[in-house]
Design a protein around this ligand. Structure first.
Ligand SMILES: [Cu+2]
Length: 176
């Protein structure tokens, strides 16, 4: 009997672990993988080149962090709330190194970030583009959460069964 319970405990424990792995994969991996980095250069004074496109519109997701690898001497790269040159209308929440001409600008998009925002060269009016800010896709209700609940339930059962089996195997003592 003990061997059978042992196998049940072991199997439920592994199912519990599998449930958590499914949860992790379903929720966290897509969130991480979706964040993307941008490479910014300024070969002319007519457009930023971002990931090989001239002044592309970008779409960023609230709650995610993006990095802009900037190599644009003479073209300070700003995240702004309006398409104006100079240093006014900067959007600063979650932004580090706003106005960089080289190095890394990172943007941790706040949950309340407005849309649209813009990137804008401080010197040249035409070096600019739209940054659309969107909400993250909702976590699908069905799969990951039920997998997590099932996994937690199974690991609890596995733990309880395993514990009772261990207790049953402990001798009562010399007088027992
Ligand atoms: Cu410029």
């Amino acid at each position: 009997m003990n061997h059978r319970i042992d196998r049940v405990a072991s199997a439920t424990g592994w199912l519990g672990i599998a449930g958590w792995l499914v949860l992790s994969a379903a929720i966290w991996v897509p969130q991480r993988a979706a964040a993307q980095d941008f490479s910014v250069s300024a070969p002319t004074m007519t457009a930023y080149v971002i990931n090989a496109q001239n002044n592309p519109s970008l779409t960023l997701v609230r709650g995610r962090t993006y990095t802009f690898a900037i190599n644009a001497p003479g073209h300070p790269f700003y995240i702004k709330t309006a398409q104006v040159t100079g240093t006014t209308s900067q959007y600063t929440s979650g932004v580090t190194n706003n106005g960089a001409t080289s190095g890394t600008l990172s943007f941790a998009v706040p949950s309340n970030a407005p849309t649209p925002l813009f990137y804008q060269c401080a010197v040249h009016a035409v070096m600019t583009g739209t940054i659309n800010i969107v909400d993250p896709p909702p976590v699908p209700v069905g799969t990951p959460w039920s997998a997590a609940v099932l996994g937690l339930l199974l690991s609890c059962i596995g733990w309880l069964v395993g514990r009772s089996r261990i207790r049953a195997s402990i001798p009562d003592g010399p007088m027992g």
